[in-house]
Write a protein that binds this ligand. Sequence first.
Ligand code: NAD
Length: 227
Amino acid sequence: MLEGKRGVIFGIANDHSIAWGISKKLSEHGAELALTYQNDTLLKRIKPLSKEINSKLLIECDFSQSNSIKKCFNNINQKWDNIDFVVHAAAFSDKNELNGRYIDTSLSNFINTLNISCYSFTEISKLASSMMNNGGSLLTLSFYGANKVMPNYNVMGVAKAALEMSVKYLSVDLGSNNIRVNAISAGPIKTLASAGISGFNEILKHVEEKSALKRNVTLEEVANTAL
Ligand code: NAD
């Protein structure tokens, strides 16, 4: 289905990452992937994963470093002159502030969270779209905490609301180039990022029980549906 298509993946930390689940499926369907990694510590985990899906391009990209996204696309452009899709499955906030009251959010963490979890997708969309010569697809990951107040999700909920709104603006900017922009709001899944949210296991348990009851499916199926 995706033979001949090329895409860039942001957000693999390990084999539990949502970005890794998506990458495996894309690869199974024939897509060629460039994987990015945040830093050298994560590179050690991503290298063996890249071999599993035969990915030849492994590129460093840390959204908190200025020009990192630009350098990343310059690197990709040296190897590929066209891309068809991007998956942005990355977010960050200080875990000390994913706990307690939203009102206590510090300015520095507010700016950092919005920069890494939201603005990065806008910058990536701009650079990626300039390499999408035949149209394409830009995908990011959101969470229900963008729409409803969730305990402890705090500034990340604000960032996801901004991300979802930026998807709408980007889709208007890029629609005429035949580029689709979407966010998938995933259900709760145990990953490195979700481990930083205080009380996350309770949300996970609640959703698993409700979903399994409603559809009479296994918990594994619930997690797959969220992907
Ligand atoms: P994860 O920890 O596996 O992935 C998060 C990724 O963000 C990591 O690969 C990390 O390297 C990257 N990242 C963090 N700071 C970065 C930076 N400065 N520069 C570049 N990359 C950076 O966790 P995940 O749960 O797979 O998260 C992927 C996406 O899915 C996130 O946007 C998250 O908010 C979203 N999401 C997760 C859940 C869940 O329950 N796990 C639910 C809904 C949405």
